[in-house]
Design a protein. Structure first.
Length: 168
């Protein structure tokens, strides 16, 4: 016997309003750890990009790009390539936690100084300290309290900590 309507056409479907009510009653999906970390990194990179642009302009420096370092790279905190690309490692090598903002800004200032001097000589160190002091005066760089008259973060990127193996 022929049918006028198919089974699908005879099936009752919820109205659009009922579908919306059902969707609204569901619990929101909790982001995965990976999604949470990615969002955390996007926020931090947005701040670093803004601060980097401000500091670079104030010192007449130009860079090609400011990017987060790839996962798994643990040999350095940041790197500045000759073409002007700067990469900054955002996460701690062993814990995987986001590094402190002051450490990231310190790294940013260090790499910005490399745009002018691709070494760790005296002129590089002088420029690096000037950029860091300017960042502090703008409220971008906020290191922890001083100990023994030395900045807490300042020693992190001293000449013997930059991967050069040279001491003063």
């Amino acid at each position: 016997m022929p049918r006028l309507f198919s089974r699908q056409e005879l099936t009752l479907r919820p109205s659009p309003a009922a579908r919306l009510r059902a969707m609204a009653s569901r619990r929101p999906r909790t982001p995965t750890e990976r999604e949470r970390q990615a969002e955390e990194q996007r926020g931090m990179m947005a701040r670093l990009e803004s601060w980097g642009a401000t500091l670079a302009e104030r010192f007449g420096l130009r860079y090609k790009a400011l990017l987060a370092e790839r996962d798994g790279v643990n040999g350095h905190y940041g790197i500045c390539y000759e073409d002007g690309e700067i990469r900054i490692r955002l996460r701690h090598a062993t814990s995987g936690r986001l590094l402190k903002e002051s450490s990231l800004v310190d790294t940013l200032c260090h790499e910005l100084a490399h745009l002018e001097h691709m070494n760790h000589g005296k002129r590089f160190r002088r420029l690096y300290v000037r950029i860091l002091e300017d960042a502090r005066s703008l409220g971008i760089y906020r290191p922890g309290p001083e100990r023994d008259g030395r900045l807490r973060q300042g020693s992190l990127f001293g000449p013997d900590s930059c991967g050069t193996g040279k001491r003063r």
